[in-house]
Design a protein around this ligand. Sequence first.
Ligand code: LFR
Length: 495
Amino acid sequence: MKKVWAFDIGASNGRLMLASFDGEQMHLDELYRFSNKPVHLTDHYYWDVLHIFNGMKKGMEVSLQKGHNKVESMGVDTWGVDFGLLSKTGELLANPYCYRDPQNNDGMEKALKHISKEELFVTTGIETAPINSLFQLLAIQERNPELLANADTLLLTPNLLGYLFSGVKNNEYTISSTTQLIDLKTKNWSNEILSMFNIPADLFAPVVPSSSIAGETLPEINKELGMSPVKVVNVAGHDTASALAALPIGDGFSVFMSCGTWGLIGVEVDQPVATVQAMHAGFTNEGTLEGNYRLLKNSMGMWLLQECRTIWEREQISTDYEEENQLFQQTEAFGAFIDPDDNRFFNPDNMVEAIKVYCRETNQQIPQTRGEIIRCILESLAMNYRLVIEQLEQLLDRKLKRIHMGGGAIQNHHFCQLIANVTGRELVAGPAEASSVGNAISQFISLDIIDSLREARQIVKNSFSIPSYYPEENDRWDEAYQQYKTIISYKLEEE
Ligand code: LFR
């Protein structure tokens, strides 16, 4: 039995999973979970890296206490685009900014004065969005130039966390691809873009392939935790890339979805699709564990509901999941729809209010009860996913018959059924904790315990329960979809 530690750190919590593989089946055990939310301070949003580091160490302690001490390696996957800056002496200079920091909008505006969206897309394959590391760096150049002047090395979040354990500085390919600073052709830092914006190329630790071994845990860590050294692996560091690796996709007619805070929808392709049509439809080409591309759209996910829960908690209203499910079932369908990707939902002060205002402005019935809000969110998300799948089909000129979905949202069975109904497609849900499974696969590949991703996906199929949801009541949902498209027609015309 071979065991590895998979750390999957998300934008609401971090988890340590123990993944065990006996040569035939893989098994996943959650050992520890800690909260991880962006910290709002004055006008900014930051990540508390030391809190994450401590959470990770605590998780390792729990593992050792439980007797899981013969662990081969560890790997970390996280959300994309964010990074930490190190000084010459290797110390973290500041708390990294969170992608929801409003200063990033200014960075994007500044960049687009020098380069067009088209040129950026053709060079990097990446959608122009304010959260991208490129624009974050430009915002820092403007607002906090001392930080950049003192910075010696930039590490993306999974590699920053890996560095705190190993002392090794590198940036893994899939997470690097989210920066909008990687050249699509060379799969390396784009000198063209860096020099255009006076960003020193030597700031970036080198790009390394997924499933490569960075090093091993530092003696200080081993001593503190009372453990033997453990290899530190550059897993597919972007959580979406890790999730995709775990989904048992068998043919070219499947679309993948990873639904947690975000909803990522796309397909795996050998060659990037960096056409004007892809750009206008809002698609992006990020990297895969095998060094290929994920043609996908970054859409809204459970963030809408997470933010409503924050408001309800503040108002001392229950946020019990079971109760929410009941409310969903008891509430009538098709009350009102929103465009989940509308900018106003990116980081509003009050999500519940923002949803109501949208409905008012689009002359719809305004959702009042918790059930109505939940219905409005989940139905709108599902409608939007159908729209994205149809756009993908157009771009690829191919029917996409099946959906493989991973991410926390698959625990919500009503939501899975809803997506199957709205899209009229089979939805294969799982494995649960897909990012952690993909993270572990990457480690087993790096350790030569599993040969290829193909083999790994077969192992996933044999190891986890992966239920299918089939579409029901097609006509009713089709009609509602047309209604949804009418409500967001102003946006469809723009695209
Ligand atoms: C999902 C995700 C998305 C990315 C967003 C922000 O967790 O990684 O893929 O676009 O977070 O980085």
